[in-house]
Design a protein around this ligand. Structure first.
Ligand code: FAD
Length: 318
């Protein structure tokens, strides 16, 4: 079922959802189920599965030539979505990214997703390769989420890459996109960022999921700005309970977000990570309660490979 249909069926209730990372190469599906099992009693209508381009280094061979070696790979978003749908009878939302894929590879992934009965995709650009300072599209791939969306929409309309005529057997993906209450790091200003978000919605995005934020006022202001720009689709808040003291510096540097003083001070004062995680859970519960009162259709938790804190938050709310 489509994400938007789940929202309609919820009848004003707030859904609990979360996203998982595909395990690193060498791990197995059981590890993933062990991570997801504790969260299933809170009845998520769908689970997001992130997509990650491979990371690589260039090693110099004896003859002086450079050899590209893959160092880190999280394989199988398409397969993992199928496995989750079959194991838990839950809908899934695979993330689809521009980075590292050309149009043919994207089309193949979308064909597989369609055949597997997966109705949703979160369409994203993806981050830069760690060794690069700017995003470089794959040769024959897409530079922005808008371009990737165009390909998904073409397929929804029965237009595949090599076909000269429109097919009657198009796909029918519900499309989500990303939004940034604290602005995307590369956008010159919020207005410019919102212009592109509006473009994604005008093209046919059905809903927006936000980057994580720790100050609800930033989300409320963002929603208001979006509405005043005519962006009227559901805007799903993305939340992450802080789980370690080092996340106070890691999260802002990776995700370009602020951590409010009260939260940072409380985490800083903790004797260890166990205490820091408890502060993180309490903060996320407080944020979630206020967002539920605001009437959000769904709370989306970034589990980042660890379910313990997300479970504690869900226990208090759902
Ligand atoms: P875009 O919408 O393409 O925007 C990128 C930048 O370009 C912005 O500054 C925007 O203002 C500008 N822009 C947009 N369109 C245009 C245009 N047509 N012309 C000129 N400028 C434009 N990353 C992953 O690798 N895998 C994941 O699974 C993943 N999941 C995510 C889930 C969520 C909910 C969020 C919020 C982010 C996720 N990311 C993921 C990170 C995301 O890929 C990065 O934040 C990336 O840098 C931007 O992606 P985007 O889709 O917002 O890009």
């Amino acid at each position: 079922m489509k994400v938007t249909e789940h929202f309609k069926k919820a009848d004003g209730k707030t859904h609990f959802t979360f996203e998982i990372l595909p395990p690193l190469k060498g791990e197995n599906l059981r590890t993933l189920f062990d991570h997801i099992d504790p969260l299933m009693e809170f009845n998520p209508p769908f689970i997001d599965v992130t997509y990650h381009r491979e990371e690589y280094v260039y090693k110099q061979r004896e003859n002086g030539l450079l050899e590209k070696r893959t160092t880190r790979k999280r394989p199988g978003t398409v397969g993992i979505c199928a496995a989750l749908q079959s194991h838990y009878k839950v809908d899934t939302v695979p993330h689809l990214i521009c980075g590292g894929f050309n149009k043919e590879e994207t089309e193949n992934a979308l064909i597989d997703l369609h055949f597997l009965g997966i109705d949703n995709v979160l369409v994203l650009r993806g981050d830069c390769v760690k060794s690069e300072s700017r995003f470089t599209p794959e040769p024959g791939g897409h530079r922005y989420a808008t371009e990737l969306m165009e390909q998904v929409i073409d397929m929804n309309n029965g237009r595949y890459l090599d076909d000269e005529q429109v097919n009657t057997y198009g796909t029918d993906f519900c499309i989500g996109v990303a939004g940034y209450p604290e602005k995307h790091s590369e956008a010159p200003n919020m207005q410019a960022d919102l212009r592109w978000l509006k473009k994604k919605v005008e093209m046919g995005a059905d809903y927006v999921v936000t980057q994580m934020f720790f100050d609800n006022q930033k989300y409320f202001d963002f929603v208001q700005l979006c509405r005043s720009e005519g962006i009227n689709v559901p805007i799903i808040p993305g939340l992450k309970p802080i789980t370690t003291k080092t996340q106070l510096t890691i999260l802002p540097s990776i995700f370009h977000i602020d951590i409010p003083c009260d939260l940072a001070d409380a985490v800083e004062a903790c004797a260890d990570n166990k205490a820091a995680a408890q502060v993180g859970v309490e903060w996320a519960i407080k944020q979630s309660k206020e967002l539920m009162e605001f009437g959000v259709p769904c709370l989306h938790y970034y589990s980042m490979g660890k379910s313990g804190s997300v479970r504690k938050v869900a226990e208090a709310l759902f």
